[in-house]
Design a protein around this ligand. Structure first.
Ligand SMILES: [Zn+2]
Length: 254
């Protein structure tokens, strides 16, 4: 299935029309109908009824993202949301670790009390709480030093901050955010692979695959690090995709 990003965006945000001063271009974007003047939308190319949203020299027309450029924006926004959600989740985990580090003894006492209450109940069902791996893991965390927990909370917070900065920058399609995402995501890939050798889970595999695809996609589609012609080629592609640009070159040919 091919998604028409241009029309979908116009359906949501409305058309973008512009009346260029150059009459040769003007005639290509404008028509008169029984209902009144219609102008061609710079994004989807459909004719829209009513006055143009702007007018002036063709060079000052708004650069409306369309086609492949628009699709890339959608994908970046998806990645932005994914990173924002992950960032907020990790902030919550960091906050939980920090709170736990401050009330470790109180939590441990509470846990032991619960364990005392539950032990006979579980024993009734032939379940030995004292040799349960889950209980063992929880008890082990009580043994962590206060300073260790603070470092863990700090590292988590730093990681979450990077994710959130990436999210904001990607949402606004900032080039620095694309670089940051590629570099930071690639830097964490070895850790993610190491994680998988310790314990395999579908969430970890999905995250790893998504991150590898994100790195490759952003680097290639946005022509980072001079790939595929670099920044200059990227800007040229953005310009040449604009409808007015297309019409202009067509008009010159006639
Ligand atoms: Zn439109």
């Amino acid at each position: 299935m091919k998604i028409d990003w241009d029309r979908r965006t116009c359906a949501r945000k409305g058309h973008v029309t512009y009346a260029p001063d150059d009459p040769r271009l003007r005639v290509r974007l404008h028509a008169q109908t029984a209902l009144g003047d219609v102008w061609r939308c710079l994004r989807c190319g459909d004719f829209a009824l009513g006055e143009p949203h702007g007018s002036g020299p063709a060079s000052e027309a708004p650069l409306v993202p369309r086609g492949k450029v628009l699709r890339d924006l959608f994908i970046l926004r998806f990645l932005a949301i994914e990173r924002a959600v992950r960032g907020v989740f990790i902030v919550l985990v960091a906050a939980a670790v920090w709170r736990f580090s401050n009330s470790q003894d109180a939590v441990r006492r509470l846990f032991d009390e619960y364990l005392d209450v539950l032990r006979p109940v579980f024993r009734h069902f032939h379940y030995d709480l004292d040799h349960s791996p889950v209980v063992g893991t929880i008890q082990k965390t009580f043994g962590y030093k206060h300073s260790t927990l603070l470092i863990v909370a700090g590292l988590l917070l730093a990681y979450a901050l990077i994710e959130i900065i990436e999210a904001v920058g990607l949402w606004y399609a900032k080039r620095w955010a694309e670089y940051l995402t590629v570099v930071a995501t690639a830097a964490f890939l070895p850790l993610e692979i190491y994680e998988l050798t310790e314990h395999v889970s579908w969430l970890k595999i999905a995250t790893l695959v998504l991150n590898i695809l994100a790195v490759l996609y952003i680097a290639l589609a946005k022509r980072l690090f001079g790939l595929r012609g670099g920044h200059r080629a990227f800007e040229a592609e953005r310009q040449s995709a604009s409808l007015l640009e297309v019409e202009e070159s067509a008009g010159v040919m006639v």
